[in-house]
Ligand binder design. Structure first.
Ligand code: SF4
Length: 607
């Protein structure tokens, strides 16, 4: 059944461990580097297990739509060797809607709104809900085309396939968003039973994305638009509901006004929010009025319909549930013109993994075992598999600067100057054909360093081309740009951003990145959310563990992710620089699993 000519190093051993764990219902934590072939190893092990366990199915969740593709590709390969394997996928419903695909409409609205509109369309029999039997496919687009040719709603066609499918590939919200999850685990067609599911969580280091699927926010603008909506549709909403809703919205808006403009997360008292706002609002009335408006908007705007009042209701309804069920594990925060309900204990979103048949959490930078157990809230036995280096370890060299740090309290022009000169110094020592990827702790530090770097660069004869990550930078555009350049290149990126997590810069299979500079350890900047999250985790697991789980491990995962950009194959060689003396602590070196050489910038350069 193995779809490739041979097994790569260590793959067979890992397959054995996974198969054994599946039989014993143990959860697997698979920490294996890029190039190991995690996806196929996991799919293959599960497929073999399914041969003897026909009642089981696999729900394989990935962070984004883009990450569905490599999994489908491997399933396609697997099916070419084992025709009995069936698979399907789910991405955002609006991206799989037949009506939208036919008209190529852009739908910029929350998934929850679209799901309600879809329900209305179906109740009016406007949708061709059909089973189709596609040949195997390796791309989302291939499947969408087949479904369109057959005049079938692709989302439902995929859903009908649940019955025969062994593998369902879906994006995170289908597992971690409580509203969207229902469409997988309880629905009119193609239901997956959690107790029979082997759940695979891809990129399981990325708890931020997992939590984001469960957090909820509401902007003052949305509340203001809800008021306008009430005026506009006053003819359709009974006066008594209208009056009540208007009063509720003003209560909410007045509350939000007090905190509007917070530049960083500002914690609000959840009891106060409940008492001052939520307890004074009849959510049934708000729900009824918002549904009337939503219905009219669907009549008028079709798939593009979005009711702002419905968003308000959804937010308050969510808060009400969380406040009742998870009082200690959530916090209410203000940021800009928004208020947000955020989780302070991620386990409330992830502990459902305990109810599955079993689960596999995998990543190239998987957090340690105790983190998985506590932060994910896993109660079952965990088999932690660390694959280690699969490429020659001598291809990686680590360096650390002991005379600089971006510690929050000591930041200033001296620090930024040192970082700028270090970057130029390192760039000059890396062969010109290789890119230097520089990773900063934040946009703010990056811009401060760059302002000095630009001036210092003018004094150097060698031409350097800089690519600077912006909030709207697109990975594909950067990759394309790089292909056209002949100068020395420095990419300036932010830790945890798009370029450090997703970019792959290779030519003929070899990495183009010759050095990665971490210009300051990317510890999170202090704010009320971080403090509240830290306080809750410390309360649950003690101060030391709390700090590790909330601050240290996520920081080091970002560093490892950045390092991971440089070595993509056995022939790649790279140098890694950490410009922050805090990295020399025993704990950090242990967690990063490195022994760096200490470097120092020649003092004449700073004179
Ligand atoms: S059921 Fe209809 S509205 Fe819903 S996704 Fe399919 S085609 Fe679109």
């Amino acid at each position: 059944m193995w779809p490739y000519p041979e097994f790569r190093k260590k793959q067979k051993e890992v397959i054995n461990v996974i198969e054994k764990s599946l039989r014993n219902r143990k959860i697997v934590g698979l920490n294996a580097p890029t190039g190991f072939g995690k996806t196929i190893v996991v799919l293959y092990s599960i497929a073999r297990f399914f041969k003897e366990n026909e009642d089981k199915k696999c729900l394989y969740v990935v962070r984004t739509k883009k990450e569905v593709r490599p999994v489908l590709k491997e399933l396609y390969m697997l099916k070419s060797r084992a025709a009995w394997i069936n698979y399907t996928f789910l991405i955002a419903k609006k991206d799989m809607c037949l009506h939208r695909l036919r008209t190529s409409q852009e739908l910029k609205l929350p998934s929850e709104d679209f799901i309600e509109t879809c329900r209305d369309f179906r109740s009016k029999n406007l949708c061709p809900l059909k089973r189709i039997k596609p040949k195997s496919f390796s791309k989302i687009s291939e499947f969408l085309e087949i479904a369109m040719e057959e005049e079938a709603c692709p989302w439902y066609a995929c859903k009908y396939m649940f019955d025969e499918a062994h593998f369902i590939v879906a994006t995170y919200p289908y597992l971690f968003n409580p509203y969207i999850r229902q469409s997988v685990f309880s629905y009119d067609v193609g239901v997956l039973h959690l107790k029979d599911a082997v759940i695979v969580v891809d990129e399981a280091h990325n708890l931020e994305s997992v939590i984001q699927s469960s957090d909820r926010g509401l902007s003052a603008k949305t509340v203001e638009r809800s008021l306008s909506e009430l005026d506009k549709y006053s003819h359709a909403v009974p006066a008594i509901l209208q009056e009540a809703c208007r009063e509720y919205l003003y209560i909410l808006l007045n509350f939000m006004e007090k905190y509007r403009g917070a530049k960083r997360y500002l914690r609000l008292n959840a009891d106060y929010f409940y008492g001052e706002v939520v307890d004074r609002i009849n959510l049934d009335i708000l729900g009824e009025a918002s549904d009337i408006i939503r219905g009219i908007k669907v009549e008028m705007h079709g798939l593009k319909a979005r009711s702002f009042l419905r968003s308000v209701w959804r937010f308050l309804h969510y808060f009400d549930i969380m406040y009742t069920l998870h009082y200690e594990d959530i916090g209410v925060f203000a940021l800009g013109d928004r208020i947000e309900v955020k989780m302070l204990n991620p386990a409330i979103a992830t502990a459902l993994l305990n109810e599955a048949y079993t689960a596999i959490l995998m990543s190239g930078t998987l957090p340690p075992l105790d983190y998985l157990r506590d932060v994910y809230g896993l109660k079952r036995e965990i088999e932690y598999v660390k694959v280690g280096d699969i490429f020659p370890p001598e291809n990686k060299r680590y360096f650390c600067a002991a005379n600089v740090t971006t510690k929050y309290r000591v930041r200033g022009s001296e620090v930024y100057k040192k970082l700028a000169y270090y970057i130029l110094y390192i760039r000059a020592r890396i062969p010109s054909e290789y890119i230097v990827l520089t990773v900063y702790p934040s946009y703010e530090v990056m811009s401060k360093v760059l302002s000095i770097y630009e001036k210092a660069k003018e004094k150097i004869e060698e031409k350097i081309f800089d690519i600077v990550e912006r909030e709207n930078t697109k990975i594909d555009e950067v990759a394309e740009k790089i292909g056209q350049l002949s100068e020395r290149v420095v990419i300036h990126a932010v830790a945890g951003g798009k370029l450090t997590e997703g970019i792959e810069l290779t030519r003929d299979g070899a990495s183009l990145i010759g050095a990665v500079i971490v210009a300051g350890l990317p510890f999170p900047e202090p704010n009320d959310y971080l403090e509240a999250y830290l306080a809750r985790m410390s309360e649950l697991y003690g101060k030391e563990k709390g700090w590790e789980y909330v601050v240290l491990i996520p920081t080091l995962i970002k560093v490892k992710q950045a390092f991971g950009r440089a070595i993509r194959g056995p022939k790649d060689k790279a140098s890694f620089f950490i410009l922050d003396r805090r990295a020399l602590s025993k704990k950090i070196l242990e967690l990063l699993d490195i022994k760096p050489t200490i470097i120092s910038l020649p003092s004449r350069l700073l004179a």
